[in-house]
Design a protein around this ligand. Structure first.
Ligand SMILES: *[C@@H]1O[C@H](CO)[C@@H](O)[C@H](O)[C@H]1NC(C)=O
Ligand SMILES: *[C@@H]1O[C@H](CO)[C@@H](O)[C@H](O)[C@H]1NC(C)=O
Ligand SMILES: *[C@@H]1O[C@H](CO)[C@@H](O)[C@H](O)[C@H]1NC(C)=O
Ligand SMILES: *[C@@H]1O[C@H](CO)[C@@H](O)[C@H](O)[C@H]1NC(C)=O
Ligand SMILES: *[C@@H]1O[C@H](CO)[C@@H](O)[C@H](O)[C@H]1NC(C)=O
Ligand SMILES: *[C@@H]1O[C@H](CO)[C@@H](O)[C@H](O)[C@H]1NC(C)=O
Ligand SMILES: *[C@@H]1O[C@H](CO)[C@@H](O)[C@H](O)[C@H]1NC(C)=O
Ligand SMILES: *[C@@H]1O[C@H](CO)[C@@H](O)[C@H](O)[C@H]1NC(C)=O
Ligand SMILES: *[C@@H]1O[C@H](CO)[C@@H](O)[C@H](O)[C@H]1NC(C)=O
Ligand SMILES: *[C@@H]1O[C@H](CO)[C@@H](O)[C@H](O)[C@H]1NC(C)=O
Ligand SMILES: *[C@@H]1O[C@H](CO)[C@@H](O)[C@H](O)[C@H]1NC(C)=O
Ligand SMILES: *[C@@H]1O[C@H](CO)[C@@H](O)[C@H](O)[C@H]1NC(C)=O
Length: 510
């Protein structure tokens, strides 16, 4: 952000005209044609994204100020109405009252609580202002916005408050923090809406679960955020929930008693759905977390290919320990592995929201896309769908040189698998010429256990460059096979994304 003194006249003019636009918007009879608020998706995660709706909700309501609500997840040291009130600039007694607790009561970690705030228009955005004193050298606008304030403000909105030049904060610096809030639009008022809650989405939320939690119509949430039924919502982003009366204390259904074994369905085979980036079926994002384990040791397979042909280089690409890769494959850290040899990669797999994953990162060079990174570089161990959901760049707006988050696919055993003695799951990448039969032989497992683990039946098809789960009781042993792409080059795979041409070749069973 630059100081006003350094702005060229043209910028001042545009700012001025913005101001005028905002003033015009203010005229009540015009506000009826105003759109509702725009949902930010995960755009706020990128501090360089200059989209104005990352700054706040536009002042387009009937009132220029109103009572509004925010949600906050209790976490140490912000775990009592007193501490949270101080952080968020709200009255502790009002927080206590809204949540039916006492002022100094310690709230257990991760409990969502309601924060009443006075919301007002500070053109062009509605905000509730508070302040924050930076206390450590490692704090940045991003960590303050995302971690401390849990996404209730954005790095952009913070930077917009003061003409700071760079993103480094000085210890002891006082920041003005505009928290996101909004007042009902005229359409909402007509429909009886009195309060808007800025609800912070958590990892297990869906539009319907949020509607249920607050007992409001899903349609009113969709309208309030300009969302459609098919829209994706992201953790740590705000969504507006309209209320006709004061919201009552958030009461999540308590976690199910551990008496009956938890339901943990087997994973769905992704088939060739992952080759089409537009196909956003849930299982293209990863393997679903089950209730049995939130993290575990797991394995992936990778085909050696220059420059990724030593434990050191592969470890760097996949974010795994070279020495553990070397050990799992009985080679040395810097051994050159011949091209197309399948090797085992041990990873620490954990549940991140809805999906199990193992995170690594990749620096993008020119001409690469989500598809080439996921399919070619990572050999299908991640998908363009999963990457797009976890990076703040659109499909066609990938800047060269950025570091992309790469969620690699892995999974932990289900209750049924655990009961059957399974300790590890390998995310095995199907190669050309594979069949379920060949895979069972490679790992010495029962064909039925692979079919079950992937919800496949005897006549399902499997596709090259797609992952399949192999359940194992003991640690996997070295894969003794070099895939021969040279003599089995026959079929044309995947270019059409539909891969229908492979169906008759890659059949299950021998
Ligand atoms: C407001 O309500 C009217 C009538 O229901 C509708 O035509 C209009 O599109 C709505 N405006 C917005 C921004 O939703
Ligand atoms: C936000 O951006 C949109 C499109 O770029 C523009 O039409 C709108 O006027 C902007 N609003 C504000 C408040 O800057
Ligand atoms: C508030 O909490 C008290 C005891 O902690 C309980 O008796 C009362 O029913 C609660 N009120 C509401 C509205 O939940
Ligand atoms: C809102 O403002 C009123 C009047 O200034 C004040 O009494 C009240 O405590 C404020 N509410 C919150 C939640 O801070
Ligand atoms: C954003 O903050 C949440 C906790 O509020 C944290 O779990 C998440 O990792 C943070 N995101 C980034 C990119 O640091
Ligand atoms: C900001 O901090 C980073 C890392 O701490 C440092 O590399 C960089 O030089 C700093 N920038 C300024 C302008 O001080
Ligand atoms: C989502 O639904 C809306 C209307 O219901 C439609 O216009 C839009 O194209 C859909 N988007 C996707 C990605 O399917
Ligand atoms: C677990 O196994 C039992 C018996 O084999 C089966 O009835 C049940 O459907 C399985 N549960 C899941 C979630 O797959
Ligand atoms: C590991 O490799 C060494 C020599 O390269 C060999 O002697 C040993 O048997 C191998 N161990 C296993 C478990 O394959
Ligand atoms: C898994 O995590 C443990 C403990 O943090 C670490 O020692 C180990 O190296 C990790 N394994 C891999 C494969 O990165
Ligand atoms: C899941 O796997 C178990 C055995 O591991 C099997 O009994 C069950 O039928 C499978 N469930 C589905 C839905 O495929
Ligand atoms: C996907 O990657 C593989 C190599 O991992 C490559 O052979 C194949 O052509 C790629 N598919 C497409 C559609 O580019």
């Amino acid at each position: 952000m630059i100081g006003v003194t350094r702005m060229e006249t043209s910028k001042l003019i545009s700012i001025w005209s913005l101001f005028l636009v905002a003033l015009l918007r203010w005229t009540p009879h015009l506000s009826s044609v105003e759109a509702q608020q725009t949902y930010k998706e995960n755009k706020q995660l990128n501090c360089d994204n200059d989209l104005n709706y990352t700054d706040g909700y536009t002042c387009n309501g009937v009132e220029s100020s109103c009572q509004a609500y925010l949600t906050f997840r209790s976490n140490t040291p912000f775990n009592s109405p007193a501490d949270i009130g101080l952080l968020l600039g709200s009255e502790p007694t009002l927080i206590a009252e809204a949540n039916n607790i006492s002022n100094f009561e310690i709230i257990s970690t991760d409990t969502q609580i309601l924060i009443p705030v006075n919301c007002s228009c500070s053109r062009p955005y509605y905000q509730h202002k508070t302040s924050y004193r930076s206390s450590s050298r490692s704090e940045t606008y991003f960590t303050v916005a995302n971690n401390t304030y849990q996404g209730l403000t954005t790095c952009h909105a913070l930077m917009a408050q003061k003409p700071y030049v760079d993103s480094n904060l000085t210890v002891g610096q006082n920041l003005e923090v505009p928290l996101r809030c909004a007042c009902p639009t005229s359409n909402q008022s007509v429909a009886g809406v009195k309060y808007l809650l800025t609800y912070m989405v958590t990892s297990d939320d869906s539009l319907s679960s949020i509607a249920q939690l607050f007992g409001v119509e899903q349609q009113s949430i969709l309208l309030a955020n300009e969302l459609f039924l098919n829209s994706t919502i992201f953790p740590f982003t705000p969504i507006l929930v309209p209320f006709n009366s004061k919201p009552s204390r958030i009461q999540r259904a308590s976690s199910p008693p551990l008496l009956s074994p938890p339901q943990s369905p087997n994973q769905t085979y992704v088939a060739n759905k992952q080759l089409d980036c537009k196909n956003k079926v849930s299982y293209t994002y990863g393997y679903t977390c089950n209730d049995v384990k939130s993290s575990c040791q797991a394995y992936l397979t990778f085909r050696s290919i220059p420059p990724y042909n030593s434990p050191a280089a592969i470890g760097l690409l996949l974010g795994s320990e070279p020495s553990l890769i070397a050990e799992a494959n009985n080679i040395s850290n810097f051994a050159t592995i011949s091209t197309d040899t399948q090797i085992l990669i041990p990873v620490n797999c954990s549940c991140s929201g809805h999906y199990y994953q193992y995170n690594t990162s990749y620096k993008l060079s020119s001409s690469e896309t989500y598809f080439t990174v996921s399919n070619n570089t990572y050999q299908g161990l991640t998908t363009c769908q999963a990457m797009m959901a976890q990076n703040p760049y659109g499909e066609f707006e990938l800047p060269t040189g950025i570091n992309l988050n790469v969620p690699l696919r892995c999974a932990c055993p289900t209750s049924n698998q655990t009961a059957a003695g399974v300790n590890y799951l390998i995310t095995y990448m199907v190669t050309q010429g594979d069949s379920i039969h060949a895979i069972t032989q490679l790992f010495g497992v029962e064909q039925q256990s692979i079919l079950d683990a992937n919800q496949l039946s005897g006549d399902s098809l499997i596709f090259p460059f797609t992952p399949i789960l192999i359940p194992l009781k003991g640690r996997p042993s070295i894969i003794r096979r070099v895939t021969t792409t040279s003599n089995r080059r026959p079929v044309f795979v995947g270019v059409d994304m539909g891969a229908t041409s492979v169906t008759n070749i890659f059949c299950i069973g021998a």
